[in-house]
Design a protein around this ligand. Sequence first.
Ligand code: HEB
Length: 88
Amino acid sequence: AMGAGGNGQTIYSSTCALCHAAGVTGAPKPGDKADWGPRIAQGKDTLYKHALAGFQGKKGMMPPKGGNTSLPDADVKAAVDFMVDQSK
Ligand code: HEB
């Protein structure tokens, strides 16, 4: 496992890209500003909470920690930061 605060892009690639790279079942693609704009507007705390605890949205189901529940919280947050940075 990655250490706390590990590289967001690495975590994204190993745990999140599975759904988010292709937009499977409605997962917002990094770089898709139209999809990410309103999500980013919710604030980072909400994005972190949804990524950590999971969330049922209008487009689909975000599983807690992307299904990798052994991931440290800091790693999930780093992956969120990466996705947001790609999408501003
Ligand atoms: Fe996800 C969404 C993150 C994995 C599916 N996501 C999401 C979001 C975020 C995330 C931040 C937004 C939220 C809001 O809007 O509030 N993810 C993430 C991360 C990861 C992930 C960081 C890694 C850890 N996902 C994932 C997976 C899947 C998913 C693996 C599949 C299975 N997501 C998803 C979806 C969505 C999301 C479907 C959308 C929902 C709605 O409806 O909106």
